[in-house]
Design a protein. Structure first.
Length: 83
């Protein structure tokens, strides 16, 4: 957990490009370690083309942090809908 807090502090103070991607990957790794059932509800990453399509559809440029989130995990699904 300290690693995540340190990364977030660095990001807040001008950390490098792609740092949010590292933070999301670390968070996802922690979720997997703590709770496999919760990790099982995480959707796979969105493809770059899916992210571009979303931006075109909404006619916006998504913030880098949100693009990084989508490229690591594209949200979650309801555990009950899997069965």
């Amino acid at each position: 957990m300290q690693g995540i807090l340190l990364q977030m502090t660095r990001l807040k103070h001008g950390g490098g490009i792609g740092m949010t991607k590292d933070i999301w990957a670390t968070i996802l790794n922690q979720v997997q370690t703590i709770s496999n059932p919760i990790f099982a509800t995480v959707n796979p990453p969105a493809a770059e083309e899916e992210i571009h399509r979303l931006e075109r559809t909404l006619q916006v440029t998504l913030p880098t942090a949100f693009r990084d989130y989508l490229s690591i995990m594209n949200g979650q699904h309801d555990e009950d809908s899997v069965h």
